[in-house]
Design a protein around this ligand. Structure first.
Ligand SMILES: Cc1cc2nc3c(=O)[nH]c(=O)nc-3n(C[C@H](O)[C@H](O)[C@H](O)COP(=O)(O)O)c2cc1C
Length: 357
């Protein structure tokens, strides 16, 4: 048995903020609060398990005294913040996170692991880099346009003559829709205002960038909208994709029955009477082409939020009731919309219609 040379005794414990995963075939363990990681093996996992409760570093080393240089291993695990010194600033922070975040690992890992991405704001250098990339790897189109020849061309939008501040103050979430139609004109104006493009951003040789009424991180505009048209005058009830490029609706599927709609919307029965129910999706490659870090996923959600506000305000300006919801069943909806749920994913839901009293 190896002789263990005692280090300065310190109480240590395994960090709570750890995630173990395989990367490039190598088992890795990471402290996502400090973003430090180690290529892990079963010994490391055993040692970390043995330090679930605070333990003296020398006692821990003693438990693994058959391992050569065990003290150095314990030291390395401590240096990489996989083991934390009880009472240290880091240990207190790790405990505070464990005590106060009621959400599980998924939210914690995503939030902290995407917290300090390095950005390059030398815009000229970035532009050149993207231009070079675009030669061999052209950017994806900002439009999802189908080749179907029977599309419903929407009317030209009529801008509502309203006072912006009044619209802001009037906006409320509607959870009681009348089972009544809205006109094709109002529906067309709504879609163009919310999801249509207003013009091209012409000074870019890199890609065909568009401008919409909502901002979008990196001008990627990854969000697409699908309309479950129930009650719009002169438009056959069905599920359509709104094509921003052609300002038209392309058929996707038949209108599902009410039971299915309720299932998609997690039993929120007030959507049943809405004239149109919406699903917002994200086409990931539009963002991934420009951003290869996971923080870009946050940007998708933020984009969706911006679009959601435009959705609310536009509906209010058009005197429609409006509702948005995060409580939807992504996988079931993706399947109904014939989406793979990998390259294009469901993020958000909404509805508009005649507001009930
Ligand atoms: C991102 C987001 C998700 C929401 N999800 C739901 C939902 O699942 N169900 C619901 O009834 N309301 C949902 N709402 C509506 C909020 O409950 C509503 O905005 C809030 O109660 C404030 O009311 P107001 O919109 O009338 O100001 C959501 C709102 C937002 C912005």
């Amino acid at each position: 048995m190896e002789t263990v040379v005692a280090s300065k005794p310190r109480l240590i414990r395994r960090a709570y903020s750890l995630l173990q995963y395989w990367e490039d075939g190598q088992m890795t363990i990471e402290n996502y609060l400090t973003r430090t990681s180690l290529e892990a093996n079963l010994l490391v996992l055993d040692m970390l398990s043995a330090a679930t409760d605070p333990i003296c570093n020398n006692v821990l080393s003693g438990q693994f005294s058959h391992i050569p240089a065990v003290e150095e291993i314990v030291g390395k695990l401590t240096k990489l913040n996989l083991l934390l010194v009880v009472g240290s600033r880091l240990e207190k922070r790790d405990r505070a996170l464990e005590d106060s975040w009621k959400w599980d690992l998924n939210a914690r890992y995503f939030h902290y692991s995407t917290g300090s991405v390095k950005y390059n704001f030398d815009l000229e250098a970035v532009r050149k880099q993207l231009e070079k990339k675009a030669i061999t790897n052209p950017p994806p189109s900002p439009f999802k346009t189908s080749s179907a020849d029977s599309k419903i061309i929407l009317d030209d939008p009529q801008l509502p003559d309203v006072n912006f501040w009044e619209v802001l103050y009037q906006r409320r979430t509607c959870r009681h829709f009348e089972d009544a139609p809205i006109s094709k004109g109002v529906f067309s104006s709504f879609l163009k205002l919310v999801a249509g493009y207003t013009h091209f951003y012409n000074d870019s040789k890199i890609d065909k960038r568009i401008i919409k009424t909502s901002p979008s991180g990196g001008a990627r505009h990854p969000i697409e909208m699908y309309a479950f048209v129930r009650n719009v005058a002169s438009i056959a009830p069905a599920v359509y994709h709104y094509e921003a490029e052609t300002n038209s609706l392309a058929f996707v599927n038949h209108l599902p029955d009410q039971k299915k709609v309720l299932d998609f919307f997690s039993g929120q029965k007030w959507v049943s009477n809405a004239a149109v129910i919406f699903v917002f999706t994200a086409v990931l490659e539009r963002s991934m082409w420009k951003y290869d870090h996971s923080r870009a996923y946050r940007v998708l959600l933020l984009d969706c939020g911006h679009l959601g506000q435009t959705f609310h305000l536009s509906a209010t300006a058009l005197k429609l009731g409006v509702f948005t919801t995060a409580a939807i069943q992504d996988r079931k909806i993706e399947s109904y919309l014939h989406l793979d749920g990998i390259k294009e994913v469901v993020l958000y839901g909404g509805a508009i219609g005649v507001a009930g009293l």
